[in-house]
Design a protein around this ligand. Structure first.
Ligand SMILES: [Zn+2]
Length: 204
């Protein structure tokens, strides 16, 4: 058992298994040759599943607090995290991708960003630092480092344990979206997060 239990949340909703429809408005890439390339919530779920497999392989306990195609409310997500964190040292990592522009046209913004709460705890500061360090190292020459930014996000403000939110690329940038859908990109995401969490596990 690892000292810390690492909790992950996939942003937004997934695909309704009854009709194959993406359940969240917006939060998707523009169309390319008439087809939407990436639905953020569906892609976040793929990434969280792979991250949790990678964490377990490295002996780190990890739980998906969403594990549902439905778009679980932000309040319910925070409630789940705080319930689990009552009984065990936890960390929460909220998995997203970024968007810019009008939703119809591709946009030039790209890169990977790490977010922490405006009044972050020192453990959140360390978590953000390790995540950025490993993401930068694994994405050199692949995607831009957008640094660590402070935001008043619900998932960072309302959770009782150290927390970070990751924007893993821009689903509104055509070139980056193509990369984000590749195994190569996903492997780098998994390696970065597993390595950052391993460092956290060793030091806190
Ligand atoms: Zn998002």
């Amino acid at each position: 058992m690892s000292k810390t239990l690492f909790l992950f949340g996939s942003g937004h909703g997934g695909e309704n298994p009854d009709n194959g429809q993406y359940v969240t408005a917006g939060k998707r890439s523009p169309k390319h040759n008439g087809k939407t390339l990436l639905f953020e919530g569906i892609n976040n779920r793929i990434n969280v599943k792979l991250i949790i497999e990678g964490m377990k392989k490295s002996g780190l306990d990890a739980v998906d607090i969403v594990d549902d195609w439905r778009d679980i409310s932000l309040n319910e997500r925070a409630r789940r995290v705080n319930e689990i964190a009552k009984n065990r040292q936890c960390v929460y990592i909220d998995i997203h991708s970024d968007g810019m522009g009008n939703g119809k046209d591709w946009h030039s913004a790209s890169g990977i960003g790490v977010y922490k709460y405006v009044f972050s705890s020192s453990k959140s500061d360390f978590l953000a630092k390790y995540l950025r360090q490993e993401l930068t190292c694994n994405f050199t020459g692949i995607s831009k480092d957008r640094g660590i930014r402070k935001k008043n996000f619900h998932s960072l403000r309302e959770t009782s344990c150290p927390a970070c939110l990751l924007e893993l690329g821009f689903h509104t940038n055509l070139e980056e979206t193509k990369l984000m859908l590749s195994d190569n990109w996903r492997n780098r995401v998994v390696k970065s997060i597993v390595d950052a969490c391993s460092i956290y596990e060793m030091n806190h």
